[in-house]
Design a protein around this ligand. Structure first.
Ligand code: ATP
Length: 354
């Protein structure tokens, strides 16, 4: 089957005074895996439910390929879904759960059995077809749920936090498995998650939502290294907030140096917050330095140092571990901001909760 693209254009959905979707535009290319990420309440789940047809938008259109499906009921949308909660039918075996949608579609029993067995094999559960959900682990149940979603050969796969109820190790395994299967089938996929590591590691592109709209939709590398706005920069990965003074010439003074201001910055000249990733900081041991190392944590290739700056603010500095070898808590150091443009935000810009 050839993959289809999905378009959601101008989507609006309010619940009373809350604008869950506030003019959302989202275009997913055929066969693409998109993850939607964003703080709690930004509208991720509502976007997915509107796409599935479970929620009716107040305005906007939904397209699959060149077909407008805005008014199409959920069961006619040709979409497979996996939810967060274990949603298998408890009184059906794993195989019957997988075959359920085929039965509803009138596929004969021999073909159903064959397809269920093939799909259980695909998700690595060839041996559990006869078991009931309560005889399966959480990870196995989600694999069955994935097989069930794929059984009807949907054109679009929708995943609503499918991993969040699983423990860490199973979560990573199943995440990678979902990606492998998605690539093998080439199925257009939307994955909603609040876990940025999850989103960045599996998706072709990640959409960061804020207040019912997409703030940026980009591949993980661009999102991390060239965030379109301070909000995206602070939401994805870790950013230091350093005090700076923005001039009217497109440079900002921070930690004693002038740096060019990155695109997407949204502050006016004067006192600003300069956003810098820990690995973009510089640090050198110096008895006359004005910063103090307070904590040191080892992370394999990198070592993270928490330093207290002269003005009392704290900053995180990630150094390649060999470079951090002799630097210990209590040492006096000089810290700076590496070369290259820096993102600048108004000091009173809303901070994102950790
Ligand atoms: P989370 O990560 O917490 O699941 P989310 O980004 O998925 O959040 P949504 O579930 O889409 O956010 O909700 C967006 C906003 O709309 C929230 O303020 C939420 O309280 C509100 N909302 C969603 N569904 C309903 C509903 N059925 N009735 C009333 N308000 C709703």
């Amino acid at each position: 089957m050839t993959a289809v693209g999905v378009r959601m254009l101008g989507m609006r959905r309010s619940f009373g005074a809350v604008h869950a979707l506030d003019g959302l535009d989202l275009v997913i290319e055929p066969g693409e895996f998109i993850a939607l990420l964003g703080p709690s309440g930004c509208g991720k789940t509502t976007a997915l439910r509107v796409l599935a047809g479970f929620e009716t938008a107040d305005a906007g259109t939904v397209w699959v390929g060149d077909k407008d499906i805005t008014g199409t009921p959920p069961n006619k949308r040709d979409m497979g879904m996996v939810f967060q909660a274990f949603s298998l039918f408890p009184n059906l075996t794993a195989a019957d759960n997988v075959a359920f949608g085929l039965r509803v579609r009138g596929v004969d029993s021999a073909a159903r059995r064959k397809r269920a067995a093939d799909l259980l094999e695909l998700v690595g559960l060839g041996h559990v077809g006869k078991r009931y959900p309560h005889q399966l682990s959480g990870g196995q149940q989600q694999r069955v749920a994935l097989a069930r979603a794929l059984a009807i050969e949907p054109r679009v796969l929708l995943l609503d936090e499918p991993l969040s109820a699983l423990d860490a190790q199973v979560r990573v395994q199943l995440r990678d498995e979902i990606r492998r299967i998605q690539q093998r089938l080439g199925i257009t996929t939307l994955f909603v998650t609040h876990d940025q590591g999850e989103a960045l590691s599996v998706a072709d592109r990640v959409g960061v939502m804020r207040a019912g709209r997409l703030e940026q939709l980009a591949d993980p590398d661009t999102l991390y290294h060239r965030p379109a706005t301070p909000f995206v920069g602070e939401f994805v990965g870790t950013m230091n907030r350093l005090p700076g003074v923005l001039g009217s010439d497109g440079t900002v003074r921070v930690l004693g140096a002038d740096r060019p201001v990155a695109e997407g910055s949204d502050a006016v000249p004067g006192e600003v917050a300069v956003l810098v990733r820990p690995e973009a900081m510089t640090l050198s041991a110096s008895e006359t330095g004005s910063a103090l190392v307070v904590v040191r944590t080892f992370h394999g290739a990198l070592t993270r140092l928490s330093v207290r700056l002269g003005d009392g603010d704290e900053a995180l500095v990630d150094l390649p571990s060999p470079a951090a070898a002799g630097i210990m808590p209590g040492d006096t150091v000089t810290v700076g901001v590496g070369e290259g443009p820096v993102l600048v935000a108004a000091t009173d810009a809303t901070r994102i909760p950790a």
